[in-house]
Ligand binder design. Structure first.
Ligand SMILES: *[C@@H]1O[C@H](CO)[C@@H](O)[C@H](O)[C@H]1NC(C)=O
Ligand SMILES: *[C@@H]1O[C@H](CO)[C@@H](O)[C@H](O)[C@H]1NC(C)=O
Ligand SMILES: *[C@@H]1O[C@H](CO)[C@@H](O)[C@H](O)[C@H]1NC(C)=O
Ligand SMILES: *[C@@H]1O[C@H](CO)[C@@H](O)[C@H](O)[C@H]1NC(C)=O
Ligand SMILES: *[C@@H]1O[C@H](CO)[C@@H](O)[C@H](O)[C@H]1NC(C)=O
Ligand SMILES: *[C@@H]1O[C@H](CO)[C@@H](O)[C@H](O)[C@H]1NC(C)=O
Length: 406
């Protein structure tokens, strides 16, 4: 009895969401956050992100699913390796600044990296305040002219360094902070990268709290400290913790280091992973990079955080709300620099408002009908419920997703 009632509740829930302009749906399977992402993607959608939320959505979830928790798309995770490449005048990299992605919420280097890697396959990316540029087709940046790192004095909104996000507004300074991505298999529990230039020359990941000398971009000799302090020290000396390295070629970096420091062998480099907030964009994410996943609790009406992203939950999905240029899906917290671009968030909210009105009427009918069946057809509940589903599914062309094939 309980299981069947449950089925009716889940069914009507799917139905209600389905009426929301066919945008929202709930797969009937439970699973981890990664599985939720996959279930949404299988039906052509992605997990619902906070940006898609509206009062009406929360009301809908609360009213129809008291006491359930749904994975949403917001997560905190660990980035791929980020190399600090320095500060560049816009004019010197102008030709590379093919496409800019403008973020409407706070940008971090890791967030720009995620978008550039997944949307444009570009390892190099540049940031100025909330602008993220994917430097397509750039194989090696050392041929371009660096500028004074003091010009890149705008700090991005992240506690965990790197924090340089280009120049502040005003004056005739127009500079960008440039970074490079390296993808290495597996995620070590150590987020920072050191270089060893003794007889056994190699790059190694290392605990960021370890005490080592920094290899700064400027020719200075700094004392040993943890990665964070090393980063700040190079910065104070009007340079940056040097991340200009090819992880496949340790000989040339060690050559450069030994020339400056003939008696020291181990240094921090400006290469590390960064913990960052992001949202489901359908990108392939390794489960071991997830730190915190969010879910919506319909009892408390709150977004809540789970440190265990493997917890089994339902997921709430949304169909993509717009395609960018070249058929690329625009990340939901960003817009391409397109003056004719629509405000897609408004479209979703509009859909939800309309959907709620339609849903209310439909739900009353459904509720009465379900009650009628439950009381009238004691012996054949299961069969009857399937009939309800079929009737509604065929009789009203809702076309929602996530409903099992009956
Ligand atoms: C992405 O770039 C790498 C090297 O830059 C190249 O080998 C690979 O084929 C590219 N992948 C796609 C999908 O363009
Ligand atoms: C780099 O700077 C030098 C000296 O200012 C200049 O001659 C050269 O053209 C610059 N190179 C690039 C790629 O901008
Ligand atoms: C970091 O550590 C992991 C696991 O120990 C290893 O597979 C990976 O190659 C290391 N990466 C570097 C750059 O040292
Ligand atoms: C580095 O700084 C970040 C942000 O302040 C902090 O969360 C982290 O614990 C620091 N790491 C170390 C090793 O000091
Ligand atoms: C959901 O919220 C209710 C009410 O605040 C709380 O009792 C419950 O523990 C929450 N459930 C989860 C899984 O967070
Ligand atoms: C996370 O949740 C999964 C599924 O409920 C469980 O098997 C696993 O033990 C949990 N891990 C931790 C660290 O609590």
């Amino acid at each position: 009895m309980a299981a069947k009632l449950n089925f009716v509740i889940v069914f009507s829930f799917c139905f209600i969401l389905g009426a929301n302009a066919n945008r929202l749906f709930v797969p009937l399977e439970v699973g981890s956050w990664i599985e939720g992402q996959r279930l949404c993607a299988e039906k052509g959608g992605r997990l619902l992100n906070t940006n898609d939320f509206s009062f009406y959505l929360e009301e809908t979830l609360k009213n129809f699913e008291p006491g359930r928790n749904f994975w949403i798309g917001d997560v905190q995770r660990i980035s791929e390796l980020i190399h600090i490449e320095g500060c560049y005048d816009r004019s010197s990299i102008q030709a590379m600044l093919a496409s800019s992605i403008l973020f409407t919420s706070a940008l971090t280097p890791a967030r720009c990296q995620e978008v550039c890697w997944n949307e444009y396959n570009s390892s190099y990316f540049a940031i100025k305040q909330e602008e993220c540029y994917c430097l397509q087709g750039l194989k090696d940046i050392t041929s371009l002219n660096l500028t004074s790192v003091a010009k890149c004095d705008y700090k991005c909104n992240t506690k965990e360094p790197p924090r340089a996000c280009g120049s502040k507004d005003g004056g005739d300074v127009d500079a960008l902070s440039v970074y490079k991505s390296s993808m290495v298999p597996g995620v070590s529990s150590y987020r920072c990268i050191k270089v060893e230039c003794s007889s056994n020359k190699r790059y190694m990941n290392e605990s960021c709290s370890k005490t080592l000398k920094p290899f700064c971009s400027q020719n200075v000799n700094m004392g040993a400290s943890n990665w964070n302090i090393s980063y700040d020290q190079c910065d104070k000396g009007n340079g940056y913790l040097d991340g200009r390295a090819n992880l496949k070629d340790v000989m040339s970096k060690c050559g450069e280091i030994i020339e400056r420091f003939p008696n020291d062998y181990v240094f921090w480099l400006g290469i590390r992973r960064q913990s960052f907030q992001t949202m489901d964009q359908g990108y392939s994410i390794r489960p071991d990079t997830l730190e915190k996943c969010e879910y919506f609790n319909t009892s408390s009406d709150l977004r809540q955080t789970d440190l265990n992203c493997s917890t089994a939950r339902y997921s709430v999905c949304v169909l993509p709300n717009g395609m960018g240029r070249n058929g690329k899906t625009i990340p939901s917290d960003s817009t391409n620099e397109d003056p004719n671009g629509q405000n897609h968030t408004a479209v979703i909210v509009g859909g939800v408002v309309g959907g709620v009105l339609a849903s209310a009427a439909v739900f009353i009918v459904l509720l009465l009908y379900t009650r009628y069946i439950l009381s009238a057809l004691q012996g054949h509940k299961s069969k009857s419920l399937l009939s309800v589903a079929k009737l509604l599914n065929s009789g009203m062309n809702i076309g929602f997703h996530g409903f099992p094939n009956l």
